[in-house]
Design a protein around this ligand. Structure first.
Ligand SMILES: Nc1ncnc2c1ncn2[C@@H]1O[C@H](COP(=O)(O)OP(=O)(O)OP(=O)(O)O)[C@@H](O)[C@H]1O
Length: 222
């Protein structure tokens, strides 16, 4: 049976700005099942990052219910949210957000250590597929943007998460590096049936995903 990875029902999120309430997500419904890959588009300020932050548990909805891996999260404690993020979630950011005191190998091993896991054949496969083998002992701040984003992808997938959230993962890369990063990201995620929600402003990058969600006026249009 295909598993439900993310389900939002009637999700509303408002922020107070200058004493005025501003509704960013408006009774939003959506369903993401195992292996689904989504390009999330929408104008600046339409709520894309807010949606990712809700799914990662960094924001709480004002109304509605959010289920992750078929469990309703409404009563999850901070510990359960941390467990979900550590075990089931991988994240890739525009700014790479690598651990700069560490080398490439230690960055990739970081989520494994958090989960009490050792380096394994999947990590070797990630490293080889992403062309990182010659760079393993290099400090990440000495790498190019494209190389750093490939490390970020390996780190995000090392613990075989069920869901990958990517916020403009190619926003800092030139066109050639963007396309290469997108291709590798999709291929490697597909190998573990990892679902992806990727925020992008690039139609070229959106083409790599199976589905499109466009966020407008607090609603998703597919
Ligand atoms: N913590 C917050 N407090 C107040 N307002 C917020 C907060 N977070 C987001 N907002 C507001 O919510 C709206 C949506 O912001 P969000 O960052 O989700 O948009 P976005 O679609 O990701 O934009 P961009 O493409 O520019 O990154 C914006 O008007 C923003 O100012």
């Amino acid at each position: 049976m295909t598993e439900q990875i993310v389900q939002l029902q009637g999700i509303t999120k408002e922020f107070i700005d200058g004493g005025v309430s501003h509704r960013v997500l408006d009774r939003l419904d959506l369903l993401l099942t195992q292996g689904d890959t989504i390009a999330l588009t929408g104008a600046s300020g339409s709520g894309k990052s807010t949606l990712l932050n809700l799914i990662a548990g960094f924001e709480r909805p004002d109304a509605g219910s959010l289920s992750l891996l078929s469990e309703i999260t409404t009563s999850w404690s901070d510990n359960l949210w941390s467990h979900f993020r550590r075990v089931s979630l991988g994240v890739v950011f525009q700014q790479f957000n690598l651990l700069t005191p560490l080398n490439v190998e230690d960055n990739i091993a970081f989520p494994l250590r958090l989960n009490g896991l050792d380096w394994n054949s999947w990590c070797d496969h990630l490293v080889d597929s992403l062309g990182l083998r010659p760079l393993l002992k290099r400090h990440v701040e000495t790498l190019s943007g494209g190389q750093q984003q490939r490390v970020a992808i390996a780190r995000a997938l090392a613990h075989k998460p069920r869901l990958l959230l990517a916020d403009e993962p190619t926003g800092n890369l030139d066109q050639l590096a963007s396309l290469e990063v997108m291709k590798l990201l999709c291929e490697l995620a597909a190998e573990q049936d990892t679902s992806i929600i990727m925020v992008t402003h690039s139609m070229e990058c959106a083409q790599f995903m199976q589905r499109r969600w466009h966020l407008n006026n607090g609603q998703i249009h597919e």
